[in-house]
Design a protein around this ligand. Structure first.
Ligand SMILES: Nc1ncnc2c1ncn2[C@@H]1O[C@H](COP(=O)(O)OP(=O)(O)OP(=O)(O)O)[C@@H](O)[C@H]1O
Length: 322
């Protein structure tokens, strides 16, 4: 295992109040995998990552990172990991090549080795063209690529990426996903945080969903979605939500049904249900509603997504929060 944590906790004291940012997290990340921590703003993703990368000390709990005890051997952990924060570095009057060489030198490389390694990573991140240009002239996507290039300059076994694509345009975002996949191909394990459902789904071999400082689900994206099982049907109604829940919940092919609160703007309440076979269930659900004069305002049928997993575990939608 590259990362193993048991009961990892962080409580911040701010203005006399205690904030339990991370409340006892158990995680296991294997060699060579892309592991994601998915959760809404303020869930505790960054705090978890900062503890694992030695930037802040846990309040409680134990962890091993790249085989080293996090509390006892921080220097060894730092040597084996790369860390790319949300904001990236400072961007002054310096070229990408110089930044990279400096980073290499900080990790103890000779001048020659650092220069050679800089050429490698500039190539890997398609930055050769801009290598000798001032980084303050870079686009957002180019800067983000340089951030990551800096993070892997010393060939870490494990790279921490905090929200790697937040603020990027769709094209740069797609490039970043390719970059992450390419790093994994070369054997670097990646621990990333994201609040994007599609990113977690597309990039991660395994992921943990975190909410209010606690892990609420963990597994491969496929396994997590299988837990929700069946298809998801969401029918919006303006009147008769309670009667509809009783009526539809009584069907033997409806596994679970719940009614959301009515939308204040439209008055539409969403009835969400999990059914074995959505295409077969939908006509019968609509016939039953019609029989009671309940007219749907909207109808949606889909395969379970990571958002359904989050919704099932927390009662809230991750999508609604952004
Ligand atoms: N230094 C600090 N002092 C006090 N509270 C903090 C501190 N750092 C984080 N917190 C609080 O801890 C909680 C978790 O924050 P954290 O940054 O880990 O969340 P996150 O999941 O990374 O969210 P985001 O996606 O917004 O970065 C939040 O309530 C935050 O306000």
């Amino acid at each position: 295992m590259l990362i193993e944590t048991k009961g990892l906790k962080k409580t911040f004291k701010s203005r006399g109040k205690e904030v339990e940012a991370v409340r006892g997290v158990d995680l296991a990340v294997k060699e060579g995998e892309v592991f994601g921590l998915l959760g809404p703003n303020g869930a505790g993703k960054t705090t978890t990552m900062r503890m694992l990368s030695t930037l802040i000390e846990p309040t409680d709990g134990v962890a091993r990172v790249c085989g080293h005890d996090l509390a006892k051997n921080q220097a060894a952990v730092r040597r084996d990991i790369g860390y790319v924060g949300q904001e990236g570095g400072t961007w002054g009057e310096v070229t990408a090549r110089d930044e990279l060489v400096l980073q290499g030198r900080l990790y103890g490389m000779s001048k020659k080795r650092a220069a050679a390694r800089a050429v490698e990573v500039l190539g890997a991140f398609q930055l050769e063209e801009y290598a000798d240009r001032n980084v303050k002239t870079y686009s957002g996507g180019q800067k983000r690529r340089l951030d990551i290039a800096l993070g892997i300059m010393h060939e870490p076994k494990l790279l921490f990426l905090d929200e790697p694509t937040t603020g990027l345009d769709p094209q740069s975002r797609a490039h970043m996903w390719d970059e992450v996949r390419a790093l994994r191909e070369r054997g670097t394990a990646i621990f990333l945080t994201t609040h994007y459902l599609d990113e977690a789904d597309a990039l991660c071999d395994r992921l943990a969903i975190i909410d209010h400082g606690e892990i609420v689900a963990e597994g491969t994206p496929l396994d997590l979605k299988k837990e929700v099982a069946g298809d998801v049907v969401a029918i919006g109604v303006t009147d008769g939500a309670a009667a509809a829940v009783e009526l539809l919940g009584g069907k033997d092919f409806v596994r679970e049904i719940e009614a959301g609160a009515p939308d204040p703007a439209t008055g539409v309440a969403l009835l969400r249900m999990y059914v074995d076979d959505g295409a077969a269930a939908l006509p019968e659900l609509l016939r039953s509603l019609d029989g009671k004069d309940i007219a749907p305002a909207s109808i949606e049928l889909h395969r379970p997504s990571l958002d359904d997993v989050f919704l099932k575990q927390t009662g809230r939608s991750l999508r609604e929060e952004h």
